[in-house]
Design a protein around this ligand. Structure first.
Ligand code: C2E
Ligand code: MG
Ligand code: MG
Length: 428
């Protein structure tokens, strides 16, 4: 990591250079701590920027109250802060300070008449063992912070050389992904969605696939968050939506039945300021009629910023785009959302279907979701149907649609044609 060039960083770097020279001359230990707020992106969106700024200022004041007079605290950018401890006796000193900071944050902040709880993660690098120059020290404290976050946040972590290989692996992965997007190494698979009564095909869900020659198959559950760490998520989102819309149009042009194609969007993708613009322009560019696109988002994507979600869903729905709520039923269900947001479908989360055995109690949640769907005029689809028994129970409960390995695995586009041509599923 390059040391930054702004005046604060300039001041900090000067202090750091002096501290390093002093530590070298007098053979003393020193430390750098790198901090950022856990989940600040979400806080920022919920509180609005000016209020989030006040929170950052209060956070900085609380941090600075934990320090001694010779220590330096600087805001490194966004919600990142850096602390220089020019002289410590041993690593224990930094542990005590880190623990104190974490414990100070147990008290909420009073911001704009509200109590706001904040947590932080801390990465620590020590001189001389973790670096002998400023740039290396800062870089290694940042790597340690990355590991603290990965291990569950709200904790501190010391740097260790093995972390560098992990961080560089991540960097390598980022480059690989960039390459994969540029070189078209990504693909979409399509999983059929079936009407459980008529047995006909009602839609296809597009699922991202990346098979790397050495890494093997990289799950979308890893790939999407990785891309979200960088600006790659923008081109990845565009690539996925474009590929799905194009494929659907190709099927239609081949005379196959018109069905909606479902495309998943993570919270961050959905909340990207250009989301509506991107969807609109890709629909226009590919020429797919908007009613053949279904956007899958989770409940939390709606709950995190309701106003944004409402206008976004309304705007796209007006064009004809449909919305489905993915993984429904295991989160905090708020029925009022269903009334407020013009969605089309509820997708019952896989674990609920997996728990379906013969016991009628197993199906209580599912019956409730089906009844909810009916009351709100939403279609209900069960995800992850793996056995004929699960299918039977769902048919008995009059669940409208189903998706799962038993009905059809995610398929390459060539294989998916079979489903579209026959337009029905034997298993049902
Ligand atoms: P999801 O949207 O809930 O998709 C369903 C996942 O369940 C898929 O996993 C699918 O392969 C798997 N699945 C389907 N039927 C069965 C079944 O009968 N049994 C079991 N055990 N699994 C089944 P996949 O493709 O690994 O995707 C995992 C998650 O990654 C998806 O969950 C979705 O949240 C996300 N994802 C996939 N593609 C994309 C994408 O293009 N963009 C975004 N943002 N997320 C994606
Ligand atoms: Mg989905
Ligand atoms: Mg799902």
């Amino acid at each position: 990591m390059r040391l930054r060039d702004c005046p604060i960083a300039f001041f900090f770097n000067k202090q750091l250079a002096t501290a390093l020279a002093n530590a070298q001359r007098h053979q003393v230990l020193m430390a750098i701590m790198f901090l950022d707020l856990d989940g600040f992106g979400k806080i920022n969106q919920e509180l609005t920027h000016p209020v989030a700024d006040l929170l950052l200022q209060s956070f900085a004041r609380r941090l600075s109250a934990c320090l001694r007079s010779g220590d330096t605290l600087a805001r490194w950018g966004g919600d990142e802060f850096i602390i220089l401890l020019p002289q410590i006796r041993n690593a224990e000193d930094t542990i005590k300070l880190a623990q104190r900071i974490l414990s100070e944050l147990k008290q909420p902040f009073e911001i704009a008449d509200c109590q706001q709880y904040v947590k932080t993660s801390i990465g620590i690098a020590l001189y001389p063992q973790d670096g002998e120059d400023g740039e290396t020290m800062v870089k290694n404290a940042d790597i340690a912070l990355f590991c603290a976050k990965e291990q569950g946040r709200n904790r501190y972590h010391f740097y260790s050389p093995s972390m560098t290989s992990k961080a560089s692996l991540l960097l390598k992965l980022e480059n690989l992904l960039r390459h994969a997007i540029e070189q078209n190494e990504l693909s979409l698979h399509y999983q059929p969605q079936i009407d459980l009564k008529t047995k006909s095909l009602t839609g296809m869900e597009a699922l991202l696939r990346w098979v790397h020659p050495e890494l093997g198959q990289v799950s979308p559950l890893k790939l999407i968050p990785l891309a979200e760490e960088t600006d790659l998520i923008v081109s990845l989102s565009e690539w996925i939506l474009q590929a799905a819309c194009r494929q659907n149009l190709l099927w239609q042009q081949a005379g196959l039945p018109c069905i909606p194609i479902a495309v998943n969007f993570s919270i961050r993708q959905f909340q990207h300021p250009d989301f509506v613009k991107m969807v609109t322009s890709i629909l226009k560019e590919t020429g797919l009629d908007p009613r053949w696109l279904e956007i899958e988002i989770t409940e939390s994507a709606i709950a995190t910023n309701k106003d944004y979600a409402r206008t976004t869903i309304q705007e796209l729905s007006l064009m004809g785009v449909r919305f489905a709520i993915d993984d429904y039923g295991t989160g905090d269900v708020s029925l009022s959302y269903l009334q407020q947001f013009p969605c089309h479908k509820l997708k019952i989360d896989r674990p609920l279907i997996a728990a379906l055995k013969d016991n009628p109690q197993d199906s209580a949640m599912i019956s409730a979701i089906i009844a909810t769907g009916r009351s709100f005029n939403l279609r209900v689809i069960a995800e992850g149907i793996e056995t004929p028994e699960q299918l039977k129970i769902l048919q008995y409960l009059q669940c409208e649609e189903g998706q799962g390995y038993y009905l059809g695995r995610p398929l390459k586009s060539e294989e998916a044609i079979h489903f579209l041509t026959h337009n029905w599923v034997e298993a049902t």
